[in-house]
Design a protein around this ligand. Structure first.
Ligand SMILES: NC(=O)C1=CN([C@@H]2O[C@H](COP(=O)(O)OP(=O)(O)OC[C@H]3O[C@@H](n4cnc5c(N)ncnc54)[C@H](O)[C@@H]3O)[C@@H](O)[C@H]2O)C=CC1
Ligand SMILES: O=C(CO)COP(=O)(O)O
Length: 333
């Protein structure tokens, strides 16, 4: 459900793994183009989609008989989208979230939104997350990922449905950790992009990745995640890929801000969804609610939404009280 960048490439993965896929596209013209030419002209005009992929602009048609429903719309629109779709889900279907954001206002993770809107049991809801830049996967460059579900058997079913020569999914039962890793890394990638835009070097960038992972782990542990998840593909793996890649929309958005662009100017350059710009608000709200310090996310939120200059944000972060490193990795700090 969603014929954007990741939805389109994920359909290719499923089909290459032998699963017939119907993509739901918001615009009829995109569905028509996929059916007629087996390409998505808006996102990947140069990538052939396998014959097992078809498309429709009718959500009811897409959902009918679907054993696996893959959700790939912007995080902040999921609730509205799902409200229209939930009456048409097969009662046994696995609901798989590809989304990497936290809902504004409720501070809910995407699987929490899915459970709330559809009423589906947690055991039917899974998330896939990892270092998965859609463009590289479209070109069949090898990567790995994580499928997380509290029901291990269901995670294995999804794993089987998406294993190809270029896409290697692992399973995990830590849904909370995998989802938080995916959402927070977008905010850290904004910070990294800002540093790159301001001309800062590799020490700064490595510091942002490492301290970004520390604050992600702190939040995760407070919310019951398994700390080892953050050393894995949905934690460090995705953080490194997103921070360092010019293909990342969050990196690019941050870089524009670092170069002095306004939020509107950065959005014009990035074009597609840069989830961290909105999720920095919900993540800092969530962190405040549960009493966890997330200084990099706070700084990004202030740059994006309070007009703080990125250079002033650096000064604030560098001026924080000094402390032992081990303390700052504890969930009660
Ligand atoms: N693009 C990538 O490389 C990856 C993206 N993700 C995550 O996947 C999710 C989807 O991202 P992308 O496919 O990249 O985004 P995108 O911006 O390329 O596509 C979003 C899709 O959602 C549709 N949509 C449905 N309802 C919408 C509404 N009300 N407003 C706006 N769009 C609506 C759009 O038409 C579009 O097809 C995000 O949470 C992102 O963080 C995760 C891994 C990789
Ligand atoms: O999640 C991603 C890679 O794993 C994609 O990152 P961006 O949304 O920043 O492009």
């Amino acid at each position: 459900m969603g014929a954007g960048s990741w939805g389109t490439v994920f359909a290719k993965i499923l089909a290459d793994a032998g699963t017939p896929v119907t993509i739901w596209a918001r615009r009829q013209s995109v569905a028509d183009a996929i059916n007629a030419g087996h390409r998505n002209p808006d996102y990947f005009p140069d990538i052939d989609l396998p014959g097992l992929v078809s498309a429709t602009a009718d959500p009811v048609e897409a959902l009918e008989g679907a054993d696996l429903v893959v959700l790939s719309v912007p995080s902040q629109t999921l609730r509205g989208n799902l409200a229209a779709w939930s009456g048409h889900l097969e009662p046994h279907a696995t609901l798989l979230s590809l989304m990497k954001g936290i809902e504004l206002g409720t501070t809910e993770r995407m699987t929490e939104v899915i459970a709330e809107v559809t009423g589906a049991a947690e055991s039917r809801i899974a998330v896939l997350s990892g270092p998965n830049l859609a463009r590289e996967i479209a070109e069949e460059q090898p990567t790995a990922s994580v499928v997380a579900c509290i029901d291990h058997g269901r995670a294995v079913d999804v794993q089987k449905a998406v294993t190809t020569s270029y896409f290697r999914p692992y399973t995990n039962t830590d849904v909370v950790g995998c989802e938080l890793g995916g959402a927070v890394k977008n905010v850290i990638a904004l910070a990294y992009g800002m540093a790159a835009g301001m001309g800062m070097g590799d020490n700064t960038k490595a510091t942002i990745i490492t301290r970004g992972l520390a604050e992600t782990s702190r939040l995760g542990m407070r919310l019951g995640a398994d700390p080892t998840t953050f050393a894995g593909l949905a934690g460090l793996g995705d953080l490194v890929a997103t921070c360092s890649s010019p293909l990342s929309r969050n990196h690019t958005f941050g870089e524009q801000l670092g170069l002095g662009a306004t939020l509107e100017e950065a959005a014009r350059v990035t074009k597609q969804t840069a989830e961290g710009v909105k999720s920095c608000r919900s993540i800092t709200d969530l962190a405040r609610k549960v009493g966890v310090e997330m200084p990099i996310c706070d700084a990004v939120e202030r740059v994006c939404h309070e007009g703080l200059d990125p250079r002033a944000a650096v000064a604030l972060l560098m001026g924080r009280e000094t402390k032992p490193e081990t303390d700052s990795l504890r969930s009660d700090k």
